[in-house]
Design a protein around this ligand. Sequence first.
Ligand code: PLP
Ligand code: COI
Length: 352
Amino acid sequence: MSSTIQIKRIEKSKIESVDFNNLPFGSVFSDHMLTCTFKDGKWQDLVIEPFAPISLSPAAKIFHYGQSIFEGMKAYKDADGNTLLFRPLDNCKRLNKSAERLVIPQIPEEIFMSGLKALLKIDEAWIPTNEGSSLYIRPFMFASGNGFHASPADAYKLCICTSPSGAYFAGKVKVLIEEKYARAANGGVGFAKAGGNYAAQFYPTQLAIDKGYNQVIWTDDNTHEYIEEAGAMNIFVRINDTLITSPTSDRILDGITRKSIIQIAKDKNIDVEVRKISVSEVIAAAQAGSLKEMFGAGTAAVISPIAGFGFKGVDYDLPELEKPFATTLKKAITDIQTNKAEDPYGWRVLVK
Ligand code: PLP
Ligand code: COI
């Protein structure tokens, strides 16, 4: 299809009712959303319309078989009022990688990008300018076709909604290293942003919350000997002055924040190792005093320092550092995202 966009504007904006100085994460929604439908073997009807419920048959396969994927991105305003995206093509590519694994049709980059940019233009006023806030963008695709036969649907929807958002976590995060449950398995869908991956995290995460932690550190499903991700973030561990992160795999999401942080850290002459990190190595480092920092990295949470972790009934605290890597790297990436610093990598995309 050509990406002609049909635009139906809201009659009265809801923006007046939003307190931009007190934004939660992901629960205030902008005026418009974008939808596009896949049926009869092709994408059609690219529409920007008021944010509103979507009507589906109770037989839609999304309800029965969870054929659903999503992305997480952010838009920022710079000091001159320009709208900026961060590595948006990487999100589009990853959406299509997830789509392939979940047998959802590929969305052409041209439809995704032109639709997204048009949506951001219309709801430009919803992009927060306060430090630490941004417009969280949630593109998702799901099976809207009907039937109880356990097979891929014959119709799908792409939808993009946006949400002016503040911080994902308030303050530092305390995590529990998982010994029993797994979020992903070899040969599974852990590398994809499949909705079901997150549903499967809720129960073990709730058990951790009940014990006084905020998040789970996922370990490998087979041995639980290696740490892999931190909730819905990639994980970084600093031992002495070396920053270590797990290699991506079938089980680990190839995070855009993660790969950006690796690049920025290397360019700041920080020693970076991409390798497996064993729980026993982390415990030994904590005991020896060489475990300096742990942090999660992801679009929603940016960089979230971990204050301490629990393992086998013992709690370990991380030291309070004067100049943590987490602070330096968070500033570096957000300065690029918001055009406060040069972007030598070409990651920033201006929405014209
Ligand atoms: N890991 C998981 C499981 C995630 O859901 C996310 C969030 O998108 C990330 C890591 C971080 O990825 P990104 O930096 O691309 O947002
Ligand atoms: C993101 O960081 O954008 C994510 O998708 C994580 C999400 C589960 C809030």
